[in-house]
Design a binder for this molecule. Structure first.
Ligand SMILES: Cc1cc2nc3c(=O)[nH]c(=O)nc-3n(C[C@H](O)[C@H](O)[C@H](O)COP(=O)(O)OP(=O)(O)OC[C@H]3O[C@@H](n4cnc5c(N)ncnc54)[C@H](O)[C@@H]3O)c2cc1C
Ligand code: SF4
Length: 448
């Protein structure tokens, strides 16, 4: 069987490119724009009457309004406009994939280049963090008590909106608030301080109670509240189900990223790391492995680049870091005696048929097996719901919880949102689902 050279360095994009510059700035944890740049950028906005950017933003931030406020030097007002719509304003300002949301539909993009909406959003919210938050507004109190289980983006988005509607909210989480952005998104992309400033702001509206929810506590929480919102995300990594997966050196991706974020000095990776996957999470794992000192990092994906569901900036950054990305390769087994020595792979080709996701189905090519040297293998092929205490809630494909249009599950009074209902998504989508579920809960309780 042929052995392949995994140490080949791919071409590094021009350092002067916008993406490279932007990423360097992110690495240095500096604000992306200064006041002058923000003013100039805000003056490019056409203030469209139909504001496609506002429709494309899942939390429907009034983009033209906050940009016009930056233009007139009312930066704190601009931050208020962003924050009132999006509970994780700073976090989204830093890492929201605007290329698939607001910025993708910017009318100015048809003339020359789209307005840098996320950068302006971040400029405004960061300015407020530096100055201190405006006084908290009081909302008329209701006599309804709602439980929110999970304090990731969906849970926080829901709790914030519920308090704005005057309800009492009890938020429960096994960990500190923040969910995946706190635990798993690498600190070179999201420094702790952006999330901290959001959770500090939100803590003036509600507190998060530390509680590992299980079947018994879930029943108790339901009895003690008028409604419950579930937002426990996807905490379990999918594995490949191939031989050798239990060998020392094989790491599920969330475990790998969590350890690397919490205690990077204690985290050791081998010299030759192979990542299996084709999404943004696999790119984070690859870039993390590089930063932890791996000599070679190879990402293998069973389809071609066209089918990869990744943000272009992330892909370019991984390549800039020296990650080698190899397409049309399927892992067959992990090899080694007690620890990983390599990964047996098979080449694939794309058939003409598409799967449910609309992507071409890869077919293995007989007799094309080869071995990649590796001492660490990270499996990054997706996540599923970890909670096994959800009882009889109806599920859909992938095991995700089925909800109606108003985010209510098959159990009356129990609502759900975020990744656990839709699969792996984004922070802004989860915040948005939490926000609109809160409004639906408000209507449900008002009609009772
Ligand atoms: C590595 C990685 C990188 C990402 N990068 C980006 C990015 O750059 N931009 C972007 O927009 N999105 C990104 N995402 C996606 C985004 O983080 C998720 O879509 C989002 O966090 C989902 O929010 P959620 O509230 O549904 O769940 P989560 O964020 O998973 O939060 C769930 C919460 O529920 C709690 N919980 C779970 N079980 C229990 C229990 N039994 N008892 C009590 N509490 C419990 C957890 O502790 C957690 O706090 C990334 C995801 C990953 C994995
Ligand atoms: S939250 Fe995201 S989509 Fe919405 S305005 Fe900000 S960058 Fe754009």
């Amino acid at each position: 069987m042929k052995k392949e050279n995994v140490g080949r360095r791919p071409q590094i994009p021009n350092r002067k490119s916008k993406i490279a510059n932007r990423q360097l700035q992110i690495d240095n944890h500096t604000p992306l724009m200064n006041s002058r740049q923000a003013k100039i950028e805000s003056e490019r906005c056409l203030q469209c009457f139909d504001a496609p950017c506002m429709t494309a933003c899942p939390t429907h931030i009034d983009v033209p309004k906050f940009i016009s406020m930056i233009r007139t030097n009312n930066v704190i007002g601009a931050a208020e406009v962003v924050k009132v719509s999006n509970a994780l304003a700073n976090t989204c300002g830093k890492i929201c994939p605007e290329e698939v949301f607001c910025q993708s539909v910017c009318t100015r993009g048809k003339q020359d280049s789209p307005i840098q909406i996320r950068e302006l959003h971040f400029f405004a919210t960061q300015r407020e963090v530096k100055r201190g938050f405006s006084a908290t507004r009081r909302f008329p109190a209701s006599d309804k008590k709602i439980a929110v289980i999970g304090s990731g983006p969906a849970g926080l988005g829901c709790a914030f909106e519920l308090t704005k509607l005057g309800h009492q909210v009890d938020v429960y989480d096994a960990h500190k608030p923040g969910g995946v952005p706190r635990k798993s998104i690498p600190s070179f992309r999201l420094a702790g301080r952006e999330l901290e400033s959001d959770t500090k702001f939100l803590s003036t509206f509600f507190k998060v109670k530390k509680q590992v929810v299980d079947s018994r506590t879930f029943q108790r929480i339901q009895r003690e509240h008028d409604a419950t919102f579930l937002a426990v995300g996807l905490g379990r990594d999918r594995m490949l189900g191939v031989a050798g997966e239990k060998l020392k050196g094989v790491l599920p991706v969330l475990q790998f990223l969590e350890k690397a974020k919490i205690a990077p000095s204690k985290m050791k990776v081998g010299k030759k790391v192979v990542i299996v996957g084709g999404g943004n999470v696999s790119l984070d794992a690859a870039a993390t492995a590089k930063r932890l000192g791996a000599e070679s990092v190879v990402l293998i994906y069973r389809r071609s680049e066209k089918e990869m569901r990744v943000w272009k900036g992330e892909l370019a950054e991984a390549r800039r870091q020296g990650v080698e990305i190899r397409f049309l390769i399927n892992p067959v087994s992990v090899i080694g005696k007690s620890k990983v020595a390599g990964i047996k792979c098979r080449r694939t080709r794309l058939s003409k048929q598409k799967d449910k996701t609309g992507r071409l189905i890869p077919v293995e090519i007989k007799g094309s097996d080869f071995i990649l040297d590796a001492d660490t293998v990270v499996i990054a092929i997706g996540q599923t719901i970890e909670a096994n205490w959800l009882g009889d809630l109806d599920r859909k494909g992938g095991g995700y919880v089925k909800v109606r249009e108003d985010f209510q599950t098959s159990v009356p009074g129990v609502f759900a949102g975020g990744d656990m209902i839709a699969g792996e998504g984004t922070i802004v989508q989860s915040v948005s689902q939490g926000k609109y579920a809160a409004r639906a809960i408000h209507e449900y309780l008002s009609a009772k």
